[in-house]
Design a protein. Sequence first.
Lengths: 112, 113
Amino acid sequence: QQQVKQSPQSLIVQKGGISIINCAYENTAFDYFPWYQQFPGKGPALLIAIRPDVSEKKEGRFTISFNKSAKQFSLHIMDSQPGDSATYFCAASLNSGYALNFGKGTSLLVTP
Amino acid sequence: DGGITQSPKYLFRKEGQNVTLSCEQNLNHDAMYWYRQDPGQGLRLIYYSQIVNDFQKGDIAEGYSVSREKKESFPLTVTSAQKNPTAFYLCASTRTGGDYGYTFGSGTRLTVV
């Protein structure tokens, strides 16, 4: 059973545009929601994370929006660049030290 | 530099063979994890360990085994009971007790020949 559902599966955005990836979760006990970025042949790297007591967190061009009542969270990439082309995973866990439940990933392509 | 090292990068297994994937970290992290990645499937949890000499099954533990004899090491054995082992295997580690993300290794790509 997929505990974290991610959409879209793939996304094409023009350079300078906004990339938006959405995730939904089932378990209301989840308390930690990170996003990871993965380039081909590499392991994922932590991009940004949020706790449910905050509705939004911004780090540079990356923003997480969190809607606790809807059990949804999303990643916004502002001013998308070709170097942002990668696979993005959302995840959730009971706490930051617990095993993460990952979404199936979104393949982002930013065209020049 | 601190980090997490997976070896080998590529591994080929014959039918019926057991193979062991290595994962070593020098980050002094308490918890370590093994995930399997297949195209379009995301990352699925195989096993995890939060302290030495203790580990728990994840969602897809059948056909796999692990050990955690040292804090730094968490090897994964893919046994002959795993019927579809061809995949990209990722090891990760993290500190516990705060907002710490996973540090992932670079992965091992296992192919059955």
